[in-house]
Each structure stands twice: as structure tokens, then as C-alpha cells.
Design a binder for this molecule. Structure first.
Ligand code: GUN
Length: 303
């Protein structure tokens, strides 16, 4: 069997077009442009890249972004003061605090300070708590897990009653993905670094969401034939030549790198029914869902 490739780039583009159309309709009706505040503490290159992609997406979709950079040594009190100001600012609909924060800051206290109506990342303990409870609905769902579920639905995968395995239990992806799958009536197993035999857990999995951050860890023969495989991993690995030696970039003089997921794609695509590529699978969905959440924030706030 060769898996159907789930094209995250195309699906994310469709979500973005829908958001753009709705933002334009709001403007035509005299309503405000949805506005996202991005809080970036320090100079991490990956975080800076993600935040600038989020700002660019806002501009493309007709939304406003207010960028709030803070120095790496900002105090907890000053960061909390900024969050309070953003909570109170009627010009701001969504607040995104880029993670991870430097280790001297208390992430939990910061995230619990974000007003739940502006919590477009879905990381507030109230939104996450509601996700974990039956009969309760969060105002916002974390963007990457939301994107994973969206991809499954777009591909036509039946989640209700399926055996789903989530690899990884992070606050940002694994745990909320598992909670979302439970809300969708899947039977969910969470496997992690202490799981005794991950391949045995996967044997009966109709749906796999891999979010462990270990390059190509999941082998093709671990996958149940016909399963839907959603690969959240983005891992840099050296490009190798035919002899298995690293290829050196002429430009930089350093080994060339490529991005791979947590799943061995070439093996898994021969067994799975559906699979997301890396790059071009889950990655583009995170920002698309953030844009959808920011529009929703403006709508909730009734402007
Ligand atoms: N760091 C890694 N992923 C995310 C995300 O989805 N949101 C934020 N705020 N930080 C992240």
C-alpha cells in the first residue's frame, strides 16, 4: 500500500484564505481588524523566526500584529506587567507568548495571567482544563494539536472509535493532542520516553500522532497497515551522499542539513493509509490555526 499524502501546505493555505475572506467581510461591515500581540523574550533564533512568520501571516490576512520584544533578562514582574497591559488593551484581541521562556521566568504564572478570551495559543490553564473535562469547551485549542485534528478530518479519517496513539506528552503538543482525540471519541494511548515497547503500543493504532522530537524514530514496520500517521517532528539531520558521508555545503563549509520528522517517512508511506510529509505537513498548520484563533478572539470579544 502507498499512503495518501496529506498536503498540509495546501490545507493550511485553504484555512488562511477562509480567514482572510472573513477578515475582509468584517472590514466591509465596519468592524475592527483582528489584532495579535506577539511577546518574544530574548533572541533565540528559532523563536524569532516563528514570531516573524506569525507577524507576516497577520499582515497577509489583513490582521494587525503588535510585536512586543523583551530582553532575555527581563524580570518576571516586567513580563507580567506587559501581559496585564495587553489584557486590558481593547486594541489587542489575541496574546501569544512565544515559548520557551528563559529559565529564570515562571512560564506557568505567565500563561495563567493571559486572559482566556485572548488566549489564542490555548495554553491558559483554564482553556486546557476545559479541554480535559467532559461537557466543557475551551475558548481556544492549542494551534499545533488543532492543526493535527484538522488534517485528519480534511483527509476524511474517522476519529470516532479509532485507536489513537500519541507519541510524546508535551504541554504544547502531545497532551493537548491526546485530549482533543478523546473529545473526538477516539480511544487514546499516550506513549513517551518511559514507555516499555512503543512498537507494541503502535501495533493496533489506527491513528498515530508523533511528537517526540527524535528524528525518524518510528519505523515503517511499527505502523498498522492503513493507519493515519501525523508527524509533528521537525528535526535537522545531516544530508548524506551515496557512501553515507555527510555532504558539505560549498557556501558555508558546514555539513548540509535537511528536515525530517519523527517518523521514517520512506518506510511508513509504504504501510500507512495516510501520512503527513515533513516539511509540508503539520508545520504550516500551526500558523494557520493561530490565525483562525485570532479571528475567533476578535469575534468573541464582539468587536
Ligand atoms: N513554541 C513552540 N510551539 C509554540 C506554539 O505553538 N506557541 C508558542 N507560543 N510557543 C511555541
Amino acid at each position: 500500500m502507498t499512503a495518501k499524502i496529506i498536503d498540509g501546505t495546501a490545507i493550511a493555505q485553504k484555512v488562511r484564505e477562509e480567514v482572510k475572506t472573513k477578515v475582509a467581510a468584517r472590514a466591509a461591515a465596519g468592524k475592527s481588524q483582528p489584532a495579535l500581540a506577539t511577546v518574544l523574550v530574548g533572541e533565540r533564533i528559532d523563536s524569532r523566526t516563528y514570531v516573524s512568520m506569525k507577524q507576516k501571516a497577520c499582515a497577509e490576512l489583513g490582521m494587525i500584529s503588535h510585536h512586543k520584544p523583551l530582553p532575555a533578562d527581563v524580570s518576571q514582574a516586567d513580563l507580567e506587567k506587559l501581559i496585564r497591559e495587553l489584557n486590558a488593551d481593547p486594541q489587542v484581541n489575541g496574546i501569544l507568548v512565544q515559548l520557551p521562556l528563559p529559565s529564570h521566568l515562571d512560564e506557568e504564572r505567565v500563561l495563567q495571567l493571559v486572559s482566556i478570551e485572548k488566549d489564542v495559543d490555548g495554553f491558559s490553564p483554564i482553556n486546557l482544563g476545559r479541554l480535559a473535562q467532559r461537557g466543557r469547551e475551551p475558548l481556544f485549542v492549542p494551534c499545533t494539536p488543532y492543526g493535527c485534528i484538522y488534517l485528519l478530518k480534511e483527509a476524511g479519517v474517522t476519529i470516532k472509535g479509532a485507536n489513537a496513539v500519541v507519541l510524546g506528552r508535551s504541554n504544547i503538543v502531545g497532551m493537548p493532542a491526546a485530549l482533543l482525540l478523546v473529545k473526538e471519541d477516539a480511544t487514546v494511548t499516550i506513549a513517551h520516553s518511559r514507555t516499555k515497547d512503543i512498537s507494541a503500543v503502535l501495533r493496533d493504532a489506527d491513528i498515530v500522532i508523533a511528537a517526540v522530537g527524535r528524528a525518524q524514530m518510528v519505523r515503517g514496520d511499527w505502523i498498522k497497515p492503513g493507519a493515519a500517521v501525523i508527524d509533528v517532528g521537525i528535526n535537522g539531520v545531516p544530508v548524506l551522499d551515496e557512501k553515507g558521508n555527510p555532504v558539505i555545503s560549498e557556501k558555508t563549509g558546514k555539513p548540509k542539513q535537511k528536515l525530517v520528522g519523527d517518523v521514517n517517512y520512506d518506510e511508513a508511506k509504504e504501510v500507512a493509509g495516510f501520512i503527513t510529509p515533513v516539511p509540508g505537513g503539520v508545520g504550516p498548520m500551526t500558523i494557520a490555526m493561530l490565525m483562525a484563533n485570532t479571528l475567533r478572539a476578535a469575534e468573541i470579544q464582539g468587536e
